[in-house]
Design a protein around this ligand. Structure first.
Ligand code: ATR
Length: 282
C-alpha cells in the first residue's frame, strides 16, 4: 500500500510538513508521499477539495486559512475538532472524510516530552496562556483535558479570551486577565504559554509582556519557532526560568496526524535537532 498524503493551505510552498512526514514514512518503513496542494485564495475551494478527494488521497493536513473552511466538506468531526471548531488533519476512512485537530494535543505532547515533571501534581499547578487566537483555543482545550485545574488567559482583547474560556465544561478555573495584569501576577504561574505571533520574524525584538516577575521555577513556552529562541524565551532564560521551544509543537502535531493516518506511533528522536538546523538556516 502507498500512503497518499498531503497538505492544503495558502501559502504553503515553504511548509516543513513534507520533510517531517517524509521522515515519518521512512521511520515507519511505509511507502508513500506527502504533497503540497496549495489552494489559491482566489480559486473555488469547493472545486479544489472535490478534485483532491477524487485523486485517491488517504489523508491530508489543513493549514491557514482553511482550518474552518474545510468543515462543511467533511462527513464527521472528532470531539476535539468539533469543540475547537477547526480542523488540521483529515482522514479518509471507510468512505467517510473525518476531521481532527492535532495542534493542541501535539503541543501538550511536546511539552510533556520536554518537561515530564510539569505533568505531575497537575491539579496544583497554575497555567497562563498569553493570546486568544486560533492557536490559543486549541492549546487551552488540550491543557484543560490534560488535567490542569487553573488555566488563566491573558489577551489584549478580553472578549476573545472570554470566548475561549467557554470551552471549559469541567471544574477547572479560568480567570481572564489583561496583559498588564498578567505581568503583575506572573510569579503565580508554573507554566506560561505564549500563543501569539508576537516576536516572529521579522519582528524578533518584540515580546508580548515583560517577564520581570517570572518565577525561576516556571517553564516558559513560546509557539513561535522563527526564530527558534525568541526574545521572549531569551528573557525567560535570563531570569532563570526553563524554556520550551515552539518548533517541537510542529513535530508533535505531525506525529499525532501521522498516527491517525497510519496507526503508527513513530518517534521524533533526532528530528528535533534536525528541524532546528533547517529553521536556523532559513
Ligand atoms: P492564530 O490563529 O495564529 O492564533 P490569530 O487568530 O490572528 O492567530 O490570533 C492572534 C492573537 O495574537 C490574538 O490573541 C491577538 O490579540 P487580540 O485578540 O487582541 O487581537 C494576539 N496579538 C497579535 N498581535 C499582538 C500584539 N502586537 N500585541 C498583543 N497581542 C497580539
Amino acid at each position: 500500500m502507498t500512503y497518499q498524503l498531503g497538505l492544503i493551505g495558502y501559502p504553503i510552498q515553504h511548509s516543513l510538513s513534507p520533510w517531517i512526514h517524509g521522515e515519518f514514512l521512512d521511520k515507519a518503513n511505509l511507502q508513500g508521499n506527502y504533497k503540497i496542494m496549495e489552494i489559491d485564495i482566489n480559486d473555488s475551494f469547493a472545486e479544489k477539495i472535490e478534485q483532491i478527494k477524487n485523486e485517491g488521497i488517504m489523508g491530508f493536513n489543513v493549514t491557514v486559512p482553511y482550518k474552518q473552511t474545510i468543515i462543511p466538506f467533511l462527513d464527521e468531526l472528532d470531539d476535539t475538532a468539533e469543540q475547537i471548531g477547526a480542523v488540521n488533519t483529515v482522514v479518509h476512512q471507510e468512505g467517510k472524510w473525518i476531521g481532527y485537530n492535532t495542534d493542541g494535543i501535539g503541543y501538550v505532547r511536546a511539552l510533556e516530552h520536554a518537561y515530564p515533571e510539569l505533568f505531575q501534581n497537575k491539579s496544583k499547578k497554575k497555567v497562563l496562556i498569553l493570546g486568544a487566537g486560533g492557536a490559543a483555543r486549541g492549546i487551552y482545550h488540550a491543557v484543560l483535558i490534560s488535567g490542569y485545574m487553573q488555566i488563566d488567559i491573558a489577551n489584549r482583547t478580553k472578549e476573545s479570551a472570554e470566548k475561549i474560556a467557554l470551552l471549559n465544561k469541567s471544574k477547572a478555573k479560568t480567570s481572564i486577565l489583561t496583559l498588564v495584569e498578567a505581568e503583575q501576577r506572573l510569579a503565580n504561574y508554573d507554566l506560561i504559554i505564549q500563543t501569539t505571533s508576537v516576536g516572529m520574524k521579522p519582528n524578533t525584538d518584540q515580546t508580548i509582556i515583560s517577564l520581570e516577575n517570572v518565577n525561576p521555577a516556571a517553564v516558559v513556552s513560546d509557539i513561535v519557532y522563527q526564530p527558534i529562541k525568541t526574545s521572549f524565551l531569551q528573557e525567560a532564560e535570563q531570569r532563570g526560568a526553563s524554556i520550551h521551544f515552539g518548533h517541537t509543537m510542529l513535530l508533535y502535531q505531525a506525529q499525532f496526524a501521522f498516527e491517525i493516518w497510519t496507526k503508527e506511533n513513530v518517534s521524533t528522536d533526532q528530528m528535533d535537532e534536525e528541524l532546528k538546523k533547517i529553521l536556523e538556516g532559513r
